[in-house]
Design a binder for this molecule. Sequence first.
Ligand SMILES: [Zn+2]
Length: 329
Amino acid sequence: MAVVETVRGPVDLGNLGQTLMHEHVFVLSTEHVQNYGSDWWDEEAMVARAIDKLNAVYAKGIHTIVDPTVWGLGRYIPRIQRIAAETPVNIVVATGLYAFEELPHQYEYRGPGLPLDIPEPMVADFARDITEGIAGTGVKAAFLKCCVATPELPPGAERIARAVARTHVETGAPITVHTSGPEQSGRTAVRIFREEGVDLAKVVIGHAGDTNDLDYLTELADAGVTLGMDRFGLDLFNPTAERVTTIATLASRGYAASMVLAHDANCFIDYFGGAHDDVRATVMPNWHYEHITDDVLPALLAAGVTQAQIDTMMVENPVKYFTPAKGGA
Ligand SMILES: [Zn+2]
């Protein structure tokens, strides 16, 4: 049977179970924490917190999280390995780059037509993470991540998106792209990926669920991509009740096979520094791994979504996404 790479190694796709398709363990800048994080970053306490949170969601039936934390969001696999060793949750990790506009300087002068005129180094780096493993850890990335945050893509972000697309073509690894639902930048992602020959069945348009514009969402789904209904609990972008209504409407029109669910949550994000726990408690109390199992699934059932459609979104669609293409790499 086909397998997907996780932090603990390959797992049969049939054993993924209920899967949250876009969650972070930590969003944490290494350079920032090394310089300014001494008051609020406690490595041991945070690792223990993550193990507790993952075990709690496992007890509610979630057996896999798909974590698109790449460079730009603070990927650090040795820390995730410590956590994965203490929880039964499968953690699937990514390669790629999280940047809305500018390239990191490490790629600015190296690449086709640049002062160091070499083949696209991002493709080599991303492909190595997928085929050999990440930074000597032996952990292999199972998917690719980039950002198409605006309809008009800045040149740096476009180079990253095309490098991600070419790595997909080379390796067969699927793609999750950060997009803006309100700005409808998923269209731009689809255009670029089409130009690069990407199999659109292997693309999740992340954060599509931040909009309730059914014309936009069905246009994307009809193009063959999967809609990331993946920010449950981030009510400031779109409240849960409206996200639920949109999913129920799409499911009633036959689009359950085109949607995946998640929170885009984490155990800690350094965007709020030492105020993290207070901000979470007061502004976004539902932004955690258990909101979907506790609140969203009952609401979807009440809105007319069937259990079979929920299984499609939470089990079958993730399996399809990670199933290698026929004769693929
Ligand atoms: Zn995210």
